[in-house]
Design a protein around this ligand. Structure first.
Ligand SMILES: [Fe+2]
Length: 309
């Protein structure tokens, strides 16, 4: 097996101010499939083509934002090894028991210097994508219900100490730096994009004084045409659109940023190149930061740096 260690982003637990309007947004407008509810009242959803039980968990709370972001690892031995490696690095880890999150095995949880809670887990029940594992059709009706992304893809988080965050992801968890934007001083980074796979990013961070903030959770679409369709569906449903459809210079993805009813930004995107860990990271300089983030506008909108949840 060529893929070892951390496999992919697996779940994001998002805080919403109203559960019903949150479910309506993520299930009926975004088009995720509801897969369960637990005794705490949390609602579990997955994208239509994902096979594991859940990738988005909604929790009703007084404040919007991200409770935690989880990565699936190859197996239990990998989970134990990464837990030991995180402890050896000096991070405190906590074991969340199997079943605390529906259909999900034991999780190893730790806090990044940026103030974000990251989890690793090896097991989540395979509920399939609605098609058989023998002679499947290419898609199901769920693939056309709402915006209908095929998977929860990555997140962008805002917080301090992103050098330390990068060190943990690269030197403990086996990620690699794909792209970065340097600040005006030409030395320190404003933003970093990190991958554990061949995707241009599995997680990204922007330097920000306030810890633990969410910029967006992102959902993958198959084509630029589906990005346009997503914008149509957002407008039909009076979703607050931040920007787009447009293209990022960083990762080359085509994108729309918009907000859920609680003010959590989400992204629907397509594309981005395939990356390899031996590639030299791409650097964006401060004078071209606008082009890097929004390739067509060539300037940041005020909201990109200021509005987080
Ligand atoms: Fe993104």
């Amino acid at each position: 097996m060529a893929m070892t260690g951390v496999l992919r982003p697996g779940h994001a637990q998002i805080r919403v101010l109203g559960l019903d309007e949150g479910v309506k947004h993520y299930r009926d407008v975004l088009g995720l499939v509801e897969t369960g509810r637990d005794r705490q009242g949390r609602v579990y959803l997955k994208a239509w083509d994902e096979r594991d039980h859940n990738s988005v968990i909604l929790r009703e709370a007084d404040e919007a934002g991200l409770d935690f972001f989880g990565f699936k690892v190859a197996d239990k031995a990998t989970l134990a090894k990464l837990d030991a490696d995180l402890k050896a690095y000096g991070l405190a880890t906590e074991r969340m028991p199997a079943g605390e999150l529906l259909e999900t095995g034991e999780r190893v949880r730790f806090e990044l210097p940026s103030g974000h809670i990251i989890e690793l887990y090896a097991d989540k029940t395979d509920v399939g994508n609605g098609m058989p594992y023998v002679n499947p059709a290419p898609w199901t009706p769920a693939a056309e219900s709402g915006i209908a992304p095929s998977r929860m893809d990555h997140c962008l988080l805002y917080g301090p100490d992103i050098e330390k965050v990068q060190d943990i992801f690269v030197n403990v968890l086996g990620f690699y730096l794909v792209e970065h934007v340097v600040l005006e001083d030409g030395v320190n980074d404003l933003a970093i994009w990190l991958s554990c796979s061949m995707k241009a990013h599995d997680i990204a961070f922007v330097r920000h004084p306030e810890p633990g903030k969410l910029h967006h959770v992102s959902f993958l679409l198959d084509s630029w045409e589906k990005v346009l369709r997503a914008a149509d569906i957002m407008s039909m449903n009076k979703v607050a659109v931040d920007i787009g459809p447009t293209r990022h210079g960083v990762t080359r993805g085509t994108t729309i940023y918009a907000f859920d009813p609680s003010g959590n930004r989400f992204e629907t995107f397509c594309g981005g190149y395939q990356a390899y860990p031996d590639w030299q990271p791409i650097k964006w300089t401060w004078d071209e930061v606008g082009t890097g983030i929004f390739y067509h506008d060539r300037k940041l909108n005020d909201r990109f740096l200021a509005v987080v949840s």
